[in-house]
Design a protein around this ligand. Structure first.
Ligand code: HEM
Length: 467
């Protein structure tokens, strides 16, 4: 008989789903303490491999990456993304390879990221002005501030800025919200449950609505480009429309691909970037001594200047350590994005069946006491000195908030300048305190959806800093 990985006992029909609870990354972490770093669960009748240590993650995302690099065909994303025409949920193969290459070369390259620098700076200025104008009125809703900043910046880069576009941002935002509500529900992955909950109808409605919004945006950008009356700022949609129409390129890109990629970058980019800023700031306010040390570094680099510029970021070792530490404790995608096994294989003697779903518990790995000292403490200093090379780029499997291997997040270089610039300038310009009570008592409870958010809104008191 084949030697399968250890499995907790399961129920008929639902398998292990009832054991996931409302915080699956935590329940799975607890289960792994009993059943080991590689477990085989069943979501309904879907065999699901759960990976809970850095060693095992290296096995699936490095040693055998090619076997673990597909995505499961999940009902909801399949429909929302035009049958897998996006990047994140496309099955492993030629289409995915082309599409990812297109995004990496034409949308997310460091040259492109650099070309949107003014967008990041302008949108951040609006936020700084907002905090300046509101700080005398009492605590500021920082969750709202970060959410606004991520959405404004990223949507302006993806669908562009032209008069009346705020409406489109809002519409896409509403679509994404609806989609993540549908998708965040693990039960929705089960085909037989969808009819019971009326998911099918909801899904149809949302897809039609999303398609109308996306078509209108594309038509508008096409018209502006041909009339030459766009406001001069190139966006992802323009870049893709140009590639679509350019007969000389060997990349095939249809309208559905473009729409799926818009949804994908929006969905993958905004929420995760916003949550990262929100967790970083929450940890800073909860750890005043870290905040103080970081402010000293930022203020000394700024000198008499009133702004930290992107060129300054390279020098900011402590800022980078703080962000790594926040991502270690609060990876916005605690179970990453599910993968699928494309052929039978073995790991450490265990048989892994073709077609199994794979969840890598990045959250558990970030808190593994075997690889991290005092794993539950927020101690950015652990990333200074001899360990400063440990990074989230996918080479150190104990820190994988962006995944690793060929399916790793291609948006790291796009997201991080937004996060770093925002935190650096908010700490340069203002001093921060919790709105009520003691810093150490701050509520850090989580809510699990598609992403991991903070349960309570982050309110904070800001005082302008006079240099
Ligand atoms: C702090 C912000 C972000 C975090 C924490 C994050 C995290 C992740 C994770 C965990 C994955 C799955 C990796 C795997 O399967 O190994 C992923 C995939 C992906 N991310 Fe990100 N992401 C972020 C920002 C962005 C941004 C800004 C974009 C684009 C604008 C983006 C685009 C994508 C895409 C397209 C994929 C799918 C890659 C593939 O399947 O080949 N992400 N991201």
């Amino acid at each position: 008989a084949k030697h399968l990985p250890p499995s907790p006992p399961k129920l008929p029909l639902i398998g292990n789903l009832h054991q996931l609870g409302s915080l699956p990354h935590r329940s799975l972490h607890d289960m792994s303490k009993k059943y080991g770093p590689i477990m085989l669960l069943h979501f309904g009748n879907m065999p699901t491999l759960v990976i809970s240590t850095a060693d095992m993650a290296a096995e699936v995302m490095k040693a055998q990456d090619h076997i673990f690099s597909s995505r499961p065909v999940l009902k909801v994303p399949r429909r929302l993304f035009y049958g897998g025409k996006d990047i994140a949920f496309a099955p492993y193969g030629e289409y995915w390879r082309q599409c990812r290459k297109l995004a990496v070369l034409h949308l997310l390259s460091s040259k492109k990221v650099q070309s949107f620098r003014h967008v990041r700076e302008e949108e951040l200025s609006k936020v700084i002005d907002l905090v300046s104008s509101k700080h005398t009125l009492g605590p500021i809703d920082m969750t709202d501030v970060f959410s606004f900043l991520a959405k404004q910046t990223i949507s302006r880069i993806i669908i562009g800025q032209s008069s009346g576009n705020e409406d489109w941002y809002k519409k896409i935002e509403a679509v994404i919200k609806e989609c993540s509500l549908i998708m965040g529900d693990y039960f929705a992955w089960l085909p037989w449950l969808s009819h019971v909950t009326g998911l099918e109808r909801k899904l149809n409605k949302t897809c039609e609505w999303a398609d109308r919004v996306l078509e209108t945006i594309m038509e508008k950008r096409t018209k502006e480009m041909s009339d030459g009356d766009g406001e001069g700022e190139e966006c992802f949609v323009d870049i893709m429309l140009n590639i679509m129409e350019d007969a000389s390129t060997d990349i095939y890109l249809g309208r559905d691909n473009i729409k799926a990629i818009i949804m994908d970058t929006f969905g993958a980019g905004t929420e995760s970037t916003f949550l990262t800023m929100n967790w970083v700031m929450s940890e800073l306010i909860r750890n005043p001594q870290v905040m103080k040390k970081l402010q000293e570094q930022i203020r000394s680099i700024a000198g008499s200047r009133s702004r930290i510029q992107e060129d300054d970021l390279a020098e900011m070792a402590y800022l980078k350590a703080v962000i790594k530490e926040a991502l270690r404790l609060h990876p916005p995608g605690p179970l990453l994005v599910p993968r699928e096994v494309i052929q039978d294989t073995t790991i450490r003697g265990y048989h892994i069946p073709c077609g199994a779903l794979v969840l890598v518990n990045a959250w558990a790995i970030g808190r593994d006491p075997k690889v991290w000292d005092n794993p539950n403490d927020f101690r950015p200093d652990r990333f200074l000195g001899s360990t400063s090379h440990v990074d989230y780029k996918g080479d150190d499997f104990k820190l994988i908030p962006f995944g690793g291997g060929r399916r790793a997040c291609p948006g790291i270089g796009f997201a991080m300048p937004i996060v770093e610039l925002a935190i650096a300038n908010l700490l340069l310009k203002f001093d921060w305190l919790p709105d009520v009570g003691k810093a150490k008592d701050m509520n850090m409870d989580e809510v699990f959806g598609l992403t991991l958010s903070k349960k309570t809104t982050l309110y904070a008191l800001a005082t302008p800093h006079e240099p």
